[in-house]
Design a protein around this ligand. Structure first.
Ligand SMILES: Cc1cc2nc3c(=O)[nH]c(=O)nc-3n(C[C@H](O)[C@H](O)[C@H](O)COP(=O)(O)O)c2cc1C
Length: 198
């Protein structure tokens, strides 16, 4: 569950592991750029072990488990690997764009693959879009609440405009975007630490 197992080395402090989940999988997405930059800021502001979890690399198929995920009887190795990834995180920051008034299908699929693994997990939502992607957060909150995740306040909405982009829509300077949302992001990091009791 944590980066350092205190039973292995009692002199080493336990460090929580915070995953930054990239919710978009398009080849030209900006989500990975933003997640990497949020990770940089989190590493500066937190002593937690910060790890980026990229759904494009996780590469789950559409949900193909024969039984209800709530039963936890996973038969596929990709599901078990995804379970190990989520079990290994003490908290998550979900970085999600807004697509057509909601959030991306691969993110819903990744959520639906598991069930008990989300229970009680502190999750900070960071959405982005022309108007901050707030409609994605509006849809994620009831879904994550339904599976008993601990959805933290505040939800952070990052405004990304065409002026922020260069060729093929990639961000010219993701650092600048994260910097202009630095204050709410730091409030969010504090909320994660409060939820983890550290
Ligand atoms: C399928 C699709 C739907 C979109 N719908 C919205 C939308 O509803 N609101 C919005 O502000 N931007 C919308 N956008 C623009 C995205 O915010 C922008 O493309 C962003 O870069 C997407 O994140 P990504 O590059 O990480 O995939 C949409 C983009 C795509 C690809």
């Amino acid at each position: 569950m944590t980066a350092t197992d205190p039973t292995m080395n009692p002199t080493t402090a336990t460090v929580p592991v915070i995953g930054i989940l990239v919710g978009s999988t398009r080849p030209t997405r900006v989500g990975r750029q933003l997640a990497d930059q949020i990770a940089e800021l989190a590493r500066l502001r937190s002593e937690a072990d910060i790890t980026v979890v990229d759904l494009a690399e996780v590469a789950l198929p559409f949900l193909d488990e024969p039984e209800m995920p709530s039963l936890g009887r996973y038969v596929h190795e990709h599901t078990r690997a995804w379970k190990r990834t989520i079990d290994g995180l003490d908290a998550l920051i979900i970085v999600s764009p807004q697509y057509n008034g909601g959030y991306p299908a691969p993110l819903k699929n990744a959520i639906d693959f598991l069930y008990a693994e989300w229970s009680g997990k502190p999750i900070l939502l960071v959405t982005y879009g022309y108007h901050g992607g707030v409609l994605a957060a509006e849809q994620l909150v009831p879904v994550l609440t339904r599976i008993k995740a601990n959805v933290l306040e505040p939800q952070i909405a990052m405004t990304v405009t065409d002026a922020d982009r260069k060729d093929r829509g990639q961000l010219a300077d993701p650092c600048q975007i994260v910097e202009r949302h630095r204050a709410p992001l730091e409030v969010g990091f504090a909320a994660i630490h409060a939820a983890l009791g550290c």
